[in-house]
Design a protein around this ligand. Structure first.
Ligand SMILES: [Zn+2]
Length: 158
């Protein structure tokens, strides 16, 4: 059973847009009208097209991009994001903590060791989360760190 309202709040439209289309500076070409230049803007919880006025949530967007019904779009979203998309938000400080742990667990133990998968990303995200904690993060930035952290953790469990 797919929890639609939960999906709407945990899969950011921009992540679905990247997966099912191409995004440039937070905009993409609108699948709901013949859009020549990207006029559909992606927000953390909805999208809006400045060309045709199309507006909706991540499920509407995925349906448009995939050219299928909303029910099918929801199934695609669950298949593609279900394992990482539905984790409760960690918050930036908790992410930083997870990332630091992950970073030291993955760090090469001696010169010549093969660099573990995910190590570079853990370092980058750790530094980024630390920076955002210092300067203050927007909701979008926090959400992005959470998503990336969740995905990294997910990858490491496999
Ligand atoms: Zn449009």
């Amino acid at each position: 059973m797919i929890d639609y309202s939960k999906m709407k709040h945990t899969v950011p439209p921009i992540e679905a847009a990247k997966r099912y289309g191409s995004v440039k500076h937070g905009f993409m070409r609108c699948p709901f009208h013949a859009d020549r230049t990207p006029s559909l803007k992606l927000y953390s919880d909805h999208f809006h097209c400045f060309g045709c006025g199309a507006h909706g949530d991540v499920i509407d967007l995925a349906a448009g991009l995939l050219g299928c019904s909303k029910a099918e779009a929801a199934k695609h979203l669950e298949a593609d994001f279900g394992s990482v998309g539905f984790v409760p938000p960690l918050g930036l400080a908790a992410c930083k903590c997870e990332l630091s742990r992950c970073r030291s667990a993955l760090a090469p133990k001696s010169p010549g060791d093969v660099i573990a998968d995910g190590y570079a990303e853990a370092c980058t995200l750790d530094a980024w989360a630390g920076y955002l904690l210092d300067v203050g993060a927007s909701r979008d930035e926090t959400r992005l760190v959470e998503q990336k952290t969740a995905r990294l953790m997910e990858g490491l469990r496999d």
